[in-house]
Design a protein around this ligand. Structure first.
Ligand SMILES: Nc1nc2c(ncn2[C@@H]2O[C@H](COP(=O)(O)OP(=O)(O)OP(=O)(O)O)[C@@H](O)[C@H]2O)c(=O)[nH]1
Ligand SMILES: [Mg+2]
Length: 258
């Protein structure tokens, strides 16, 4: 089984993308399951095959430990790792090709806590990859784009796993905006020009240095535009995931990629 973790800032579209990608896999005859790892989710737009809320209850943690919702989320993420021996076998017992994992709304809970790495180890590091969702509301300005690229880079750094950077909700962008962001993601000079042509504030100077650092360490990545709403970009995600795990060999019974 291959594990694909969907990670991104709050409201970046993780749950919607998991739902849309799972539907696309289904239509194309590829087996997958969905795991909800967000103990604080009020609503999820899919039927989870495994739901962490069956093991970890935010309300109970809040009352038991006298915590507010944020403190409870931290305890919850550690309890998820502590209880892993109970729920990980449930996932591993399922016969499927792909396991799509929806991660907590606040990405720092997943990306910055050691317990998440323990979970990745438990499920199988060599069978795992990450999909990082960039939110267009952050990424549409040059400085925002650099900040977002760094969030993706830090996530990759924390997990040390292959990562695909997708531009979520791309339907919200005008065609020229989408084209501009795609160019920035392919061409560091285009981003450099966009950063410096508007102003040379201290923020811009720092952005340029961050940009250089990201380029130097090989974390400057092409963005793949996707839209869960319109169902676009799903094949691109699949091709990258497929390429990573199988080296191009098709794992599913899907007749053809259109
Ligand atoms: N236009 C548009 N809106 C989207 C898309 N994907 C998600 N949304 C909207 O963005 C909001 C957040 O979507 P979610 O899928 O809940 O995002 P999330 O990252 O799982 O959110 P949290 O788990 O709360 O952090 C919802 O109002 C969705 O309807 C998309 O592709 N296009
Ligand atoms: Mg969600």
């Amino acid at each position: 089984m291959h594990y694909v973790y969907f990670i991104g800032t709050a409201g970046s579209g993780k749950s919607s993308l998991v739902q849309a990608f799972s539907e696309w896999l289904d239509v194309n005859g590829i087996n997958s399951i969905i795991v909800n790892l967000d103990p604080g989710a009020d609503f999820i737009p899919y039927e989870a095959d495994v739901d962490i809320r069956d093991w970890v209850h935010l309300d109970e943690i809040m009352s038991e430990y006298s915590l507010g919702p944020n403190g409870a989320q931290i305890v919850a993420s550690d309890l998820m790792a502590v209880n892993a021996k109970e729920w990980v076998p449930v996932i591993k017992g399922m016969e499927t090709d792909y396991c799509l994992i929806d991660t907590p709304g606040q990405m720092e809970l997943f990306a910055f806590r050691q317990s998440s790495n323990a979970l990745v180890e438990e499920l199988g590091r060599e069978d795992s990859m990450l999909v990082f969702l960039s939110d267009p509301t952050l990424a549409r300005t040059p400085n925002g784009f650099v900040s977002d690229m760094m969030l993706c880079g830090i996530t990759q750094f924390r997990f040390s796993l292959p990562i695909l950077n997708v531009l979520s909700k791309s339907d919200l962008l005008k065609e020229e905006e989408l084209e501009e962001l795609s160019t920035w993601s392919r061409d560091a000079y285009a981003l450099y020009n966009a950063l410096t042509e508007r102003d040379m504030s201290s923020q811009t100077v720092i952005s340029v240095e961050f940009l250089k650092a990201m380029e130097n360490v090989g974390m400057y990545k092409e963005l793949t535009p996707v839209s869960a709403l319109e169902g676009t970009g799903m094949e691109d995600i699949y091709n990258t995931v497929q390429q990573h795990f199988e080296g191009g060999e098709d794992a599913g019974s899907r007749p053809s990629l259109e």
